[in-house]
Write a protein that binds this ligand. Structure first.
Ligand code: HC0
Ligand code: SF4
Length: 584
């Protein structure tokens, strides 16, 4: 620990801290723009400069470590003047079409101008021409980029994809893929993590709002909507709730109020996925253990950013992917077949909207693998942020809505489905069902949580011994089932390298493309709460624990849809609608 003085006040700080961190701990806020707590501190914007006694120049407080006897001033005339000039220079080549910008009133650059009290800009640069690079998931508008490099850090160090980098030098610097190639043509996973950290409107999701309004206004269409597990624990933040607040009932009510004809729940299909994926795992295990041969480990296939990543980086390993479509495309396929038949409509009459925490889902629905007879399973994907914008545009007072239920028959789910939205959740949900089907006994963990795979570590593993299975599963007797879970593409790389070398000890692996899982997907509300991931994680675990039914195979509507339509897990019908294959 060291003693130092900030703004005349003696404080004690850990010697590894920066001035910015020590100040924050003592309730002194230093304006900043490029800084991201725990992730990004390269001092590129210099807005956080402070005066340090004895230093000739102003110091970037996000980069400068505290030291014994240091005297810091965060608010001198020199500091304030410097920050204003730096801010004006940032604005000098920034496209200032603020009123029509998607980030208007939710822009860190605007907020910073307000904090610094900047009322005019004296400089005008020459680099404000508009260059839009639009892909199916992500849009880049470099006329708004402030070169903070947060996206570069996230794309390289957190996701390991290395798509975005600073190209050229000095005044010609631009953040872009190599050779300024369009983002849709390079190895971008469309994870959208860069859109979450962008402080301005330079990186954002591709807009689906108008498409959805048009469908809602089209009287010839029956418009069904579904909501991903992780949306219910985050959308409340757009309306002033604490991160982690579960607003499922208000969410369903807001979708009814927006005019959707059917308000279904992706969670229903998460339960269905467990039946299909669990069965696929058992088939693969049986083949592998009885000499028929099969590919293990099996890897989950529900995260489209992850799918795009493995296609780019490990195309020869696609056979490890489960053949299950992702839950929301499964549900789309059922809405356009099973449900359309029930209400006497054709699949072409149905328009399916998915509300997802994810930008890569926009890419996923355009894939050929997610169509049946040429008809896409899902027609439009809204991010959580986009749905919140629609609710606001429609003048719906979200917080005063009374809670409503999802519609049936595709709206009921168990607690196992809720935890799909967090890292480790798909694996835990699968184990709850597979273990019980195989042994006839409940999974032997407190509150059904597979403790070793709970939490936010990059890679988590668990081993579960199968003893005295039911007769049909004799071949598993004495087997120790080995599983691994990872989230974020850097973690996926670690596990894929093991597979590539033939050294993977696992039978089953869960991969989610975003760190923490869908709770921090690229389409989720932006938050400055550093604990946002763990709060949303806790929120979903609480939703699960509050349910009477917490295992997918106990969902009565799942039992009914097999009896009525799909016959049994992994049947011909379910393969036709719910499964696919990824090939290069
Ligand atoms: Fe997820 Fe999903 S859990 S990918 O993380 O499996 O986006 O929330 O909707 O489809 O269910 C995202 C979240 C989903 C899907 C589900 C899966
Ligand atoms: Fe990188 Fe993901 Fe952004 Fe693509 S979407 S540029 S992979 S952070």
């Amino acid at each position: 620990m060291v003693k130092l003085i900030i703004n005349g006040k003696q404080i004690v700080a850990d010697e590894d801290m920066t001035i910015m961190e020590a100040a924050k701990e003592n309730h002194i806020s230093i304006p900043n723009l490029c800084y991201l707590e725990g992730i990004h501190k390269i001092g590129s914007c210099r807005i956080c400069v402070v005066e340090v006694k004895g230093a000739k120049t102003l110091q970037a407080s996000c980069m400068t470590k505290v030291s014994e006897g240091m005297e810091v001033n965060t608010n001198t005339e020199r500091v304030r003047k410097a920050r204003k000039v730096l801010y004006e220079l940032l604005l000098s080549d920034h496209n200032k079409e603020c009123l029509s910008c998607k980030r208007n009133l939710n822009c860190e650059l605007q907020e910073l101008g307000k904090t610094l009290g900047v009322e005019e800009t004296r400089f005008e640069g020459t680099r404000s021409e508009r260059t839009i690079d639009a892909s199916v998931s992500i849009v880049r508008d470099m006329s708004k980029c402030v070169l903070c490099r947060r996206c570069v850090t996230v794309c390289n160090e957190i996701q390991g994809t290395g798509v975005l980098n600073a190209q050229n030098r000095g005044f010609d610097t631009v953040i872009s893929p190599a050779m300024d190639l369009p983002i849709g043509t390079v190895d971008c996973a469309f994870c959208g993590q860069c859109t979450v950290v962008c402080p301005v409107g330079a990186l954002k999701e591709t807009d689906a709002i108008d498409t959805v309004w048009n469908a809602l206004h089209d009287k010839s269409k029956r418009v069904a909507v579904q909501v991903a597990p992780a949306v219910r624990v985050a959308i409340g933040e757009e309306f002033g709730c604490e991160p982690g607040t579960i607003v499922t009932g208000k969410l369903a009510a807001s979708l009814h109020a927006l005019g959707f004809d059917d308000v279904f729940d992706t969670n229903f299909a998460a339960d269905l996925t467990i039946m299909e994926e669990g069965t696929e795992l058992l088939i693969r295990l049986k083949n592998a253990l009885t000499g028929v041969g099969d590919v293990l480990p099996m890897i989950t296939s529900c995260s489209p950013g992850w799918i795009k990543y493995i296609e780019h980086q490990y195309p020869q390993k696609l056979e490890h992917l489960s053949s299950c479509k992702s839950p929301h495309t499964m549900l789309g396929a059922l809405i356009k077949s099973y449900y359309a038949e029930k209400i006497d409509r054709s699949s072409q009459d149905m328009f399916v909207v998915s509300v997802m925490p994810c930008t890569a889902k926009k890419f996923e629905i355009a894939r050929e693998e997610m169509k049946n007879e040429g008809v896409p399973n899902v027609d439009a994907v809204l991010t959580t942020r986009e749905l919140a914008a629609m609710i606001k545009e429609a003048g719906i007072d979200f917080m005063s809505l009374s809670e409503e239920d999802f519609d049936h028959p595709l709206g009921m789910s168990t607690g196992a489905a809720d935890i799909f939205g967090l890292t480790g959740g798909v694996m835990e949900a699968a184990l709850r069902t597979v273990y019980e089907l195989v042994t006839g006994r409940e999974l032997p963990f407190d509150k059904l949580h597979v403790t070793p795979i709970v939490g936010l570590d990059q890679v988590k593993t668990a081993q579960i011994k199968i003893e005295n299975p039911l007769k049909a599963y004799d071949y598993l007797d004495g087997i120790t089932l080995k599983v691994a879970v990872t989230s974020g593409l850097n973690g996926a790389k670690l596990l894929m390298e093991q597979i590539a070398k033939g050294e993977s000890p696992y039978h089953f692996i869960e991969v989610m493309g975003c760190p923490g899982g869908c709770i921090t997907g690229g389409g989720q509300p932006r938050s400055d709460d550093v604990d946002v991931r763990s709060k949303r994680l806790q929120g979903l675990y609480m939703e699960d624990e509050g349910k009477v039914l917490r295992k997918s195979h106990e969902n009565p509507y799942i039992t009914a849809i097999y009896e009525e339509y799909l016959e049994y897990p992994s049947s011909h019908k379910s393969h036709e609608l719910l499964h696919t294959h990824y090939v290069m």
